[in-house]
Design a protein around this ligand. Structure first.
Ligand code: CUA
Length: 313
């Protein structure tokens, strides 16, 4: 069974992965056995009861109690096993342990934000301690998203105006991919993040320094990092190519025509407004789809991004 999991499924990196895979394998193996058995029976009967002569008459059989009970009870037992097994897994998945470490998750088009107890916010990077239950309390800022970590076998829809949650306990230090699995617009397939699993002490250290790590960095360098860290580059290129949003190349100081015909010079105030209130003014030819970064980026970070954009001439 474990061989089967290794062949078909991603690595098992959470406490529930093995149980989930066991059920998955049970369903797969049972289905394959039934498929083979039924196929052989069909071929055999087709051959055995083939029409041999013009006078062949099909006998009239009204029913067969033994057969009918057998083919009803066996599937019933199988379905009940799958139901009971699945239900216990679902209950486990939706009942986080009381001591779970809590992280808030916000899904936006098209990025994931992770809010920690210290107030630190990371974008598209989920940091968690190993061997400790972690509970994610999730909400969406706009449309439906769905949070999925295949390595942990956890998935949950993320809705606007309503919290959903899931929990997991990572069993290995390392990195795992996080997907959005609900179609949420043109950059849905770029809505990726990474889960970083740290040894417990390292996680505490990471949490302590995460908020202040940028303090003595050069603004342009910091800005360049923030553009990647906050997933701005999912929609805004720095080489002039067109993505969901206008490119950052030759943006600063340029005159841009807005949707309503207004001509705006892309100066510091315009860029700041675009970060905090993206839908206040939309460049002609683009969709109003950018989420606000108010509460995510502080003034120093916004300044750093502006400084970085200035260098892209
Ligand atoms: Cu968010 Cu798909």
């Amino acid at each position: 069974m474990n061989r089967l999991s290794e062949f078909m499924l991603p690595p098992q990196r959470s406490t529930i992965a093995e149980g989930t895979d066991a059920l998955f394998n049970f369903i797969t193996v049972t289905s394959v056995i039934l498929l083979i058995g039924i196929t052989i029976a069909i071929i055999y009967f087709a051959w055995k009861y083939r029409r041999r002569s013009e006078n062949d008459v099909t006998p009239v059989i009204t029913h067969n109690n033994f057969l009918e009970i057998t083919w009803s009870v066996i599937p019933l037992i199988l379905v009940l096993i799958v139901f009971g097994w699945g239900l216990s897994g679902y209950v486990n998945l939706t009942t986080p342990p009381d001591d779970a470490y809590e992280i808030r998750v916000v899904g936006k088009s098209w990025l994931w934000e992770f809010h920690y107890e210290t107030g630190h916010v990371s974008v598209n990077e989920l940091h968690v301690p190993v061997n400790r239950p972690v509970k994610l309390v999730m909400i969406s800022d706009d449309v439906l998203h769905s949070f999925y970590i295949p390595d942990y076998r956890v998935k949950m829809d993320v809705l606007p105006n309503r919290y959903t949650s899931l929990w997991f306990e990572a069993t290995e230090v390392g990195e795992s991919v996080i997907f959005c699995t609900e179609y949420c617009g043109s950059a849905h397939s770029n809505m990726l993040a990474t889960a970083f699993v740290h040894p417990q002490e390292d996680f505490e250290t990471w949490l302590e320094i995460a908020g202040s790590a940028d303090d003595d960095m050069d603004p342009v360098e910091l800005g360049e990092q923030l553009v990647t860290r906050n997933a701005c580059n999912t929609c805004h290129s720095s080489d002039g190519s067109r993505l969901q949003g206008p490119s950052f190349l030759e943006l600063f100081g340029a005159e841009r025509v807005m949707e309503d015909g207004e001509v705006v010079t892309a100066d510091e105030n315009y860029i700041r407004e675009s970060i905090l209130e993206p839908n206040a003014r939309i460049t002609r030819g683009y969709q109003p789809v950018m989420p606000s970064y108010a509460g995510t980026l502080n003034d120093r970070q916004i300044d750093a991004i502006i400084e970085y954009i200035k260098t892209l001439q």
